[in-house]
Write a new protein. Structure first.
Length: 184
């Protein structure tokens, strides 16, 4: 085997490494129910892949970014929704959760009630994080709260970092597609 032949073997080795090694994705979501506005972004190693501002309505979601505005109808009984539901179920087992950060700012106008509500919300997030930690032990989870004692405000944001290999994504999608086709 010559040096040229051994160098040509590097190309398939790199392709296999890209397929097998995990990809790091960061997902950021925020929502304000008083204004019915939120934002959703996905980053790949600090590069923005996807970004949308959204508004929730009863039968559709309005998605906006710098170049376009879309109206996406929500049909729970559609075949696409079943495929997405099955894909999320299959991919959830293969995702390695690195960290989740939750930020919230809450105020209901009364200092005592706001403090009690924020304590209750911290307990709920604590139980949720305990459940996630039992399923994904390598995850690090944090809550950051800002309490607006005398204002009426509700803002919620979350940031999470996950890793999944390209092979696992493709496998989960193909498996989900086959399962939903057989179920129909």
């Amino acid at each position: 085997m010559t040096i040229r032949d051994s160098l040509l073997l590097i190309i398939p080795a790199i392709i296999i490494l890209i397929i097998v090694f995990p990809i790091m994705l960061e997902v950021r979501v925020s929502y304000n129910p008083f204004e019915n506005r939120g934002a959703f972004a996905i980053f790949f190693y600090k590069f923005k892949l996807l970004y949308y501002r959204f508004e929730l309505h009863s039968k559709y979601i309005t998605l906006k970014n710098d170049t376009e505005t879309k109206k996406v109808d929500i049909e729970i009984n559609s075949p696409q929704f079943e495929l997405i539901e099955e894909f999320v179920k299959q991919a959830a087992d293969k995702i390695r959760l690195k960290h989740i950060l939750v930020y919230y700012n809450i105020g209901i106008g009364d200092a005592f009630r706001t403090a009690m509500l924020c304590g209750f919300i911290n307990q709920i997030f604590g139980f949720l994080f305990l459940y996630l930690k039992s399923k994904k032990p390598t995850a690090s989870l944090c809550i950051y709260d800002t309490i607006s004692y005398n204002n009426i405000v509700f803002e919620l944001a979350a940031r999470g970092k996950i890793s999944i290999s390209l092979f696992d994504l493709v496998y989960s999608f193909v498996y989900s597609y086959i399962i939903t086709k057989i179920a129909r």
